[in-house]
Design a protein. Structure first.
Length: 108
């Protein structure tokens, strides 16, 4: 991905772009779905359930955590993760705002 020119975009635009980028991989969508189904923190075996190797899973979890879509902690050899509803709500609100702001016209 190319460098973003500083000062051209608002902070919200940069945050929403980072979230969108993190959501741009099907494995991360699957991870979020699994965490949502659990309705609580998910500890251990997430890689097995999703079907990824542990290093690959760690990278995807890192990406999701970095943008704030999930929360997580590491205790000894045990990792626990859950959804971060605040960031999800922010992204959903942003998309709703786009949808509601856009003019309804039949052009394409």
């Amino acid at each position: 991905m190319g460098a973003i020119k500083s000062g051209i975009y608002t902070e919200q635009q940069e945050i929403m772009a980072e979230i969108a980028r993190a959501l741009g991989h099907p494995a991360r969508i699957r991870i979020l779905e699994e965490l949502a189904e659990q309705k609580s923190c998910r500890c251990g075996q997430l890689a097995e359930i999703v079907g990824l190797s542990q290093p690959t899973m760690s990278q995807h979890l890192k990406e999701l955590k970095q943008v704030g879509l999930i929360k997580g902690s590491i205790d000894s050899n045990r990792s626990c993760y859950c959804l971060s509803n605040d960031k999800l709500k922010d992204f959903i609100n942003f998309l709703e705002q786009l949808k509601n702001t856009g003019r309804q016209m039949e052009c394409c």
